[in-house]
Structure formats: C-alpha cells, structure tokens
Design a protein around this ligand. Structure first.
Ligand SMILES: [Zn+2]
Length: 214
C-alpha cells in the first residue's frame, strides 16, 4: 500500500507530508498542543483498487502505474468492472476480462449502492454486451472502436435501460473523467514531491467539486 499524504496548516501555509513532524518546518515551533483547526488531515488518495470497485468505469495508464510512471501524456486505458471486480476492457484482441492489473485506478462509480435491480443484472448485461459482434477483435481501431467507445457504449446502454438520457463522449469526459484526472494529477505531483523531500509547502490546495457518479 502507498503512503498516505497528510496535510496540516502552519505559518499560514498548507504543509504536506507523509509523517507529521514535531516542529513546523517553516518556523520551527513545536506542533504539539496545537489548535484543533490546525490538526493534520489526510488527503484522500485519488486512486483505488479497481478490483474492489464494482460496477465502475475505471481508468489506468496503458503501461505502468499512475504514481510511479505516468507522465501526463502517455496513453490511458479504460474498462468496466462487474460486481466481483473483474474488469472488462476492449483491446486489439477483443474483450478482456481482467482479474488483476487494475490495482491503481481512477474510478467513476456507475451505480448507487441501492440500485438493486440494476446491480443484479449487471454481470449478465456486461457479459452479453461484450460478446456482441461489434466488439470482435477485427473491428478494433484506435479511433472508433476502442476501449473508450466500448465502455461508453455500455454506459449508454445502461442509461437507456433505465430510461435515462444518453451521454456523448465529450459530455461524459468533461463531466466525470476530467475532474477526476485533474485531481489525480495533483495527487501524483504531491506524491512525487514527497518522495523527493519531506515536505511540500503550498499557499492553499484547491479542492474541486467532483460529481459523485453518473
Ligand atoms: Zn510554522
């Protein structure tokens, strides 16, 4: 498991670290007995183990991991998890059903925990969708029939089945994916800074609202 990032305020700054020091790294004052509002808080990890997230849209780098290797430009790969954490994803050789390899993902939950009937049908629905001719290996092409169109087509089928409006690629990306990948990239920056030095000092780390689910 990765280190947890912790943040506390002192000297009117936000100070990030993996371990809270005894003294403020700026002024050297003891941090023991500080006011409650200055108490350290842990920064939520932007990444989750995709195999523990059921019925979700998952994003990971095509190669390597977000925290260690991702450079902000390399290719991303996406998939949809079933109710037991198997990640369905479409690649050149057809639909893959991965039970490992998605341990560090950005996650967009697709159902609420109380949507019982949808959850009950999810696996059958995902399996049927994935065996359709449209996702045969020979149809794969980087621009039209790829991992993203596979996942988004599935999401839209689910929305239609619930009599909800479908989402365009742009809409889905801007509303659900971009806020999370932005937050993830800030987390990566912080994490890597902290692997290099004990502290990262900032004037204030903005937290954005992220829509909870589709
Ligand atoms: Zn201080």
């Amino acid at each position: 498991m990765e280190n947890r990032i912790i943040m506390f305020h002192h000297c009117e700054k936000d100070i990030y670290c993996f371990y809270v020091p005894e003294q403020c790294p700026i002024c050297g004052q003891s941090l023991i007995g500080r006011r409650l509002e200055d108490a350290p808080v842990s920064i939520p990890n932007s990444f989750v183990d995709g195999h523990h997230e059921k019925c979700s849209f998952l994003i990971k780098p095509t190669k390597g991991s977000f925290l260690r290797e991702y450079d902000g430009r390399s290719d991303l790969h996406v998939g949809i998890s079933n109710t037991s954490g198997v990640v369905y994803n479409y690649i050149e050789t057809g639909v893959q059903r991965d039970d490992r390899g998605w341990e560090e993902c950005v996650c967009v939950p697709l159902v609420q925990p109380d949507m019982y009937s949808l959850i009950n049908q999810w696996d059958v629905y995902l399996e049927q969708f994935s065996t359709a001719d449209i996702w045969l290996p020979n149809r794969y092409n980087e621009y039209e029939y790829n991992c993203y169109s596979y996942a988004l087509t599935f999401i839209n089928r689910v929305l239609v089945a619930q009599s909800k409006r479908q989402l365009s690629t742009t809409e889905f990306t801007e509303r659900y994916v971009v806020p999370r990948t932005k937050r993830a990239s800030r987390y990566i920056t912080l994490y890597r800074e902290l692997c290099r030095s004990y502290f990262y000092i900032a004037d204030g780390f903005q937290t954005e609202e992220v829509s909870s689910q589709v």
